[in-house]
Write a protein that binds this ligand. Structure first.
Ligand SMILES: C[S@@+](CC[C@H](N)C(=O)[O-])C[C@H]1O[C@@H](n2cnc3c(N)ncnc32)[C@H](O)[C@@H]1O
Length: 362
């Protein structure tokens, strides 16, 4: 079972860089729906929970903001702009508006992220100083007590690794020829445990980096407590991806072993689970937590578009595991497979939503 997926895979295989037709930059409109839907929540949370005048914040006029899991843009620029506008709005409405604020924005992602594309796409009219911060957000990436606002959208559902038991033939949680927790509760439990562990390390690192009184605003994919997570539309789509890989193995294009040792490191938490894991960290108070559905959820989704959206996120993983030569054929097959299995888009399976969380560093 020794396999490339048991190492810290997220470090090695980022989303597709550049600005080409199969880049994240050109194919992230679903994620943009989250970022757009988040604006009002960010404004309100900053107005109510971020006290610029608090001396503990130690920010006479410089506010440091970090976006964790920024990717290549453009969504990160929208998030950052929303945060800055919210702070300025709050600043104007308070008594301390005699001082001019300056903003230092840190864009964090894995070292393998295409930071060149990110830097070249920085908005020319931005009113902040920008810096890239490479490294996994599951560890420390900033000095102690230096950040005032931490943000993350569409990133924390990405596991740091596939749990070992999922790749172990002798384990009840072995996923076999499935690539996700589709229809297997033991696999789901293993993913859940990994997610909780990852969330804990994320929060422990941020607890050291964020100043007292500073806030984290994050947006992560979720589904209802108690709902059979493996029967969500997104997990069923991974079921279809697995069946494409199985077909390709039957045709001798890839080996069965390769299919059995491949899994997608994406997990949708639930509000209850997320709250429990946050509460294990005594350094933060939960100031706000709410679910929302930013997705337009068209009745007839565009399968080609969905396929490309998945491709730009996991192409690196697929190429590394199976070889680049299968990518084109796999995603063509996957598009067709979704078109033939439209039932997965039935509204009863579309249980996914986004969980917004605002935490304050005590
Ligand atoms: C789907 S993109 C989201 C980008 C952007 N925040 C948005 O909303 O469009 C997820 C990003 O999270 C990054 N990511 C995943 N795991 C990470 C980790 N452990 N540390 C830092 N970044 C990570 C990926 O490299 C990817 O760029």
């Amino acid at each position: 079972m020794a396999d490339v997926q048991t190492k810290n895979m997220a470090e090695s295989y980022p989303v597709n860089g550049g600005n080409g037709p199969n880049s994240y930059a050109q194919n992230s409109c679903y994620q943009k729906e989250v970022v757009d839907g988040a604006k009002g929540m960010i404004t309100k949370a900053i107005a109510e929970k971020f006290d610029i005048g608090n001396p503990l914040l130690d920010c006479p006029n410089l506010i440091r903001i970090a976006d964790f899991g920024c990717s290549t843009g453009p969504n990160t620029f929208i998030s950052v702009q929303n945060i800055i506008e919210a702070i300025e709005l709050k600043h104007k409405s308070t008594q301390q508006n005699s001082k001019t604020l300056e903003f230092h924005v840190f864009f964090n992602d894995l070292t393998s992220n295409d930071f060149n594309t990110l830097f070249m796409s920085l908005p020319p009219s931005r009113e902040y100083f920008a810096a890239g911060v490479p490294g996994s957000f599951h560890g420390r990436v900033f000095p102690k007590a230096t950040l005032h606002i931490a943000h993350s959208s569409n990133s924390l559902h990405w596991l740091s690794k596939i749990p070992e038991e999922v790749l172990d033939r002798n384990s009840l949680a072995w996923s076999g020829k499935k690539v996700h927790y589709t229809g297997n509760e033991k696999v789901l439990e293993a993913y859940s445990a990994q997610f909780k562990n990852d969330m804990k390390t994320f929060l422990s690192a941020r607890a050291l980096e964020i100043v007292s009184g500073g806030v984290i605003l994050f947006f992560v994919g979720g589904c209802e407590d108690g709902f059979l997570a493996s029967q969500t539309c997104s997990s069923m789509q991974f079921g279809l991806l697995a069946s494409c890989l199985v077909e390709m193995a039957e045709l001798g294009m890839i080996s069965e072993e390769k299919v059995e040792s491949f899994n997608v490191p994406i997990y949708l938490t639930s509000p209850k689970e997320l709250k429990e894991v946050i509460e294990t960290n005594a350094e933060f108070s939960i100031e706000r937590m709410e679910n929302f559905v930013p997705y337009k959820n068209p009745e007839m989704p565009d399968c080609q578009m969905l396929s490309t959206h998945l491709r730009v996120v996991i192409e690196g993983l697929i190429s590394e595991h199976f070889g680049t030569e299968i990518v084109e054929g796999l995603f063509e097959r996957y598009t067709k497979k979704m078109e033939e299995n439209y039932f997965v888009f039935d509204m009863k399976y579309r249980q996914e939503f986004v969980i917004f969380v605002c935490l304050k560093r005590k």
